[in-house]
Write a protein of this length. Structure first.
Length: 429
């Protein structure tokens, strides 16, 4: 980690400007610096970066003269070059109009259609690469700040829920995940998902329902199990509309602020445009690049990850997490892994033969158990692995694991410290 400051708002700028000259170099992000040329010494400019800032002609000339790093705003107004904040459902689905054709007019779809050409090819021009990679880097920092703030307030680590995007809202496994996420959120864990439909959405819905009585689940369930609410691929507007009705039921209007204890985080990607962002996640950190998103998901959820039923994407995430645990540095405690049989024996089918092709069960238990228990591995994580179909058992597993390792460091803590350690005003971790 370096020791360079980050200045992200005007209050932080004034605090910096009050320091004795020559002032320390910093990364200035999303600021209007017109008229503030006098605060910048030549040596400060040489070692500073100005990201998506308005400079004014005098400061711009000095940046050019002294080789200060300047990264200007993109040539479109769809997204911030270096976002300070995470998106919300309202900001991504800004064009919603009841009963009209609005889907492709939203900010979310405009960005997707800019990023992806012919549903296959991503933007590869130098300017587009700079814009999208800066955006995702800024979003990483915003996520670190958001999670650190939640931990400071609740003193509980975040838990992620992974699972298949194609699971229907009327499936029993969907509602099993809702109940599990609700129970964890009631214990003040921040629920993090991949932010898409299916079991990712179920995780965010569970968190959303956590402040309400259990009966509220049964009240909103008919809205989501209706046949018109299922097809996010071919009928995304009706799929969205049913989710909106749930939010209207819970908060009076889908645009009203949710209950503070309903907060959860979804982390989807524009690379998978066929998986729309679900609106049950109160905060949506949508990335351009899925590789950054996937690695981030398994790193930041240091309270544990629950893997409900899924297919190739979920299996990939399981082994990404297992790989991190297997090669985990001795100074870090492994991340708890729960393979949740949201459908009977989904992960624990014992036969080595190919299973029922209709139900897609996966026999992962032998291989994962082998990796977790190897004594010559850099880090044995047998005690961090659970296969279960019982919600109470899973809750007890997380509690016992956290209580046992409360004084030990995690990779997620180190990641948050790296991102939050040098920003004025950011919460301590």
């Amino acid at each position: 980690m370096g020791d360079k400051l980050e200045i992200r708002d005007i209050n932080e700028f004034w605090a910096w400007s009050g320091l004795k000259s020559p002032r320390p170099p910093a990364d200035f992000i999303n600021l209007n610096l017109v008229g503030h040329n006098k605060y910048f010494d030549d040596e400060t400019i040489k070692k500073s970066a100005f990201i998506n800032c308005q400079l004014g002609k005098h400061l711009a000339r000095r940046c050019a003269k002294f080789a200060g790093v300047v990264i200007l705003a993109p040539d479109n107004e769809m997204f911030s070059l270096f976002p300070n904040e995470i998106y919300s459902p309202i900001s991504l689905y800004d064009a919603y109009t009841e009963g009209k054709d609005w889907w492709e007019k939203t900010k979310d779809r405009k960005i997707y259609n800019w990023f992806i050409h012919n549903k296959r090819i991503i933007q590869t021009s130098s300017s587009a690469l700079l814009q999208t990679r800066c955006h995702d880097s800024g979003l990483e920092k915003a996520i670190a700040h958001f999670i650190a703030k939640h931990i400071n307030e609740h003193d509980m680590p975040p838990i992620a829920i992974m699972g298949g995007h194609a699971v229907r809202r009327d499936a029993d496994s969907y509602w099993q995940v809702v109940k599990l996420a609700r129970a964890l959120a009631r214990r003040q864990h921040l629920i993090i998902t991949g932010g898409g439909p299916g079991l990712m959405e179920a995780g965010n819905l569970g968190a959303l329902l956590s402040p309400f009585a259990d009966e509220k689940l049964e009240e909103i369930k008919p809205i989501l199990i209706d046949e018109s609410a299922q097809d996010f691929r071919n009928d995304p507007q009706n799929w969205f509309e049913s989710g909106k009705k749930v939010l209207d039921n819970l908060f009076g209007d889908w645009k009203n602020p949710p209950h503070k204890n309903s907060q959860s985080l979804g982390i989807p990607t524009w690379l998978y445009g066929h998986e729309p962002s679900n609106i049950f996640a109160t905060h949506i950190a949508k990335f351009f690049y899925n590789s950054l998103r996937e690695d981030g998901l398994v790193t930041i959820a240091d309270g544990g990850i629950i893997f409900a039923e899924g297919n190739a994407g979920t299996v990939q995430e399981i082994f990404q997490d297992a790989c991190q645990n297997y090669y985990c540095d001795k100074e870090f405690v492994p991340t708890p892994m729960v393979l949740f049989n949201s459908s009977p024996n989904f992960w624990t089918r014992e036969s080595d033969e190919i299973g029922d092709k209709d139900h897609r069960t996966k026999s992962l238990k032998p291989l994962l158990s082998q990796l977790a228990s190897e004594q010559h591995a850099p880090h044995n994580f047998e005690s961090a692995l659970l296969f279960s179909d019982n919600i109470d058992e899973i809750l007890e597993f997380f509690k016992n694991y956290h209580d046992k390792n409360i004084d030990k460091s995690t990779l997620g803590q180190y990641w948050r410290l790296a991102y939050n350690g040098h920003a004025l005003g950011d919460p301590e971790n």
